[in-house]
Design a protein around this ligand. Structure first.
Ligand SMILES: [Fe+2]
Length: 384
């Protein structure tokens, strides 16, 4: 298990000798026979009594046009814009900028990290992994619906992510290829759990181990519930939690309806919250495409509410960045990171989540000005 402890001292020291330190410290808990490391997959220990900084990146969706399987897969503009040597200008610059803006303790990447059909060599995933490790900050990636398309294979991809020095990634033992948990400990208390889950849905693969339909399988929900119950037993109370997955569930649409932003979950309506529709409960963000994916998982909302979830973070919809409070949970589409694939030129960057000392949290998008000059037709040259 990778276990990382952060203190001011260590952070200062890290400037001289960058390192991750293993903590042997015992964590106080209500059930002495239980160990936190037997409940969660990774532990992030924040020693100081301060806010916890989390950066969500999403849908970097790296395209290497040089790896097109067929000549006509991309048009000439797309081939030029997403050529092999464009990873800095289309992706890495945005990651670097948002990390500098937020100085995160932890980075979540909520899927579609690479566009698998353009990464049959695996080179884009390797480049991204090396780049993320260079920050020496724990980063927690999950699969979206596009990684699995690579003929390099899911086994190889999981191995790369698991072996990265600073990654918090585990394939997990249930359906999907990225189901794992991170426990955040501060002042010897289990402050939060982050559940990272694979929402599946990659149809463009022959791998029989990949669930091609969108949505969680029963065993994933059982795993969530079992982990939450163990954590509650350990802590003697509910544990506040975040959940990260790639494809939005129906609650994202229901949240928009309940707030009065649109009339039905599937309504095609574009708006900026606070501009075209009146913002409620501190909601914000832009919706300029229909909610996509939005699968229904029976019992999901009740399960989240029962187990202390107060924030859910997804991606997948490159031109939606809404953050809406619904049923006591903040449902947030992360701001798309970078300019690969479809995007809104004024809405790219990352999403900053700040957990306060009282365990409440705020969410804010960190916009980055685009690094490339875009043709007017960029949104139409390649759409998923
Ligand atoms: Fe996606």
């Amino acid at each position: 298990m990778k276990k990382i402890i952060y203190t001011t001292f260590i952070l200062l020291l890290a400037l001289l000798i960058p390192t991750a330190c293993v903590s042997d410290k015992k964590i106080e808990h209500k059930e002495p026979e239980m160990k936190l490391e037997d409940i969660v997959d990774f532990i992030l220990e924040i020693e100081e009594d301060r806010e916890i900084r989390i950066l969500q990146l999403t849908d970097t969706q790296i395209i290497d046009a040089g790896q097109c399987r067929t000549e006509d897969r991309l048009n000439s503009t797309a081939k030029q814009r997403w050529a092999t040597n464009t990873i800095e200008s289309n992706c890495f610059n945005y990651i670097r900028d948002t990390i500098e803006m937020t100085n995160p303790d932890l980075i979540l990447i909520t899927g579609d990290i690479i566009y698998g059909e353009f990464d049959d060599t695996g080179e884009s995933l390797l480049k991204l992994t090396r780049f993320m490790d260079s920050f020496k900050i724990p980063w927690a990636p999950i699969f979206g619906n596009h990684e699995n398309e690579s003929t390099k294979g899911v086994d190889w991809q999981c191995e790369v992510l698991e072996n990265a020095e600073y990654s918090f990634f585990k394939r997990g033992n249930v359906t999907g290829n990225s189901n794992y948990t991170i426990g955040i400990v501060q002042n010897d208390d289990l402050k939060r759990i982050i559940y990272m889950m694979d929402s599946n849905g990659c149809s463009n693969t022959n791998d029989p181990s990949v669930k091609k339909t969108v949505g969680f399988a029963e065993d994933q929900l059982a795993w969530f519930e079992e982990t939450a119950e163990k954590a509650e037993q350990f802590a003697g109370d509910k544990v506040k939690s975040f959940v990260g997955y790639h494809i939005p569930t129906i609650e994202f649409g229901q949240a928009a309806v309940a707030a009065g932003y649109q009339e039905s979950p599937t309504q095609t309506k574009s708006y900026v919250i606070g501009k075209h529709v009146e913002a409620k409960n501190g909601d914000f963000g832009k919706k300029s495409e229909p909610f996509a994916g939005m699968h229904e998982v029976p019992g999901l909302l009740d399960m989240f509410k029962e187990h202390g979830v107060d924030g859910v973070f997804v991606g997948h919809c490159h031109q939606i960045s809404t953050s809406v409070l619904y049923e006591g949970i903040r449902w947030t589409f992360g701001l798309k990171t970078g300019t690969y694939d479809s995007h809104d030129t004024k809405y790219v960057g990352g999403t900053y989540i700040e957990v306060k000392t009282d365990n409440s949290f705020t969410v804010e998008h960190k916009h980055v000005d685009i690094y490339t000059i875009e043709p007017d037709t960029y949104q139409h040259i390649y759409m998923d």
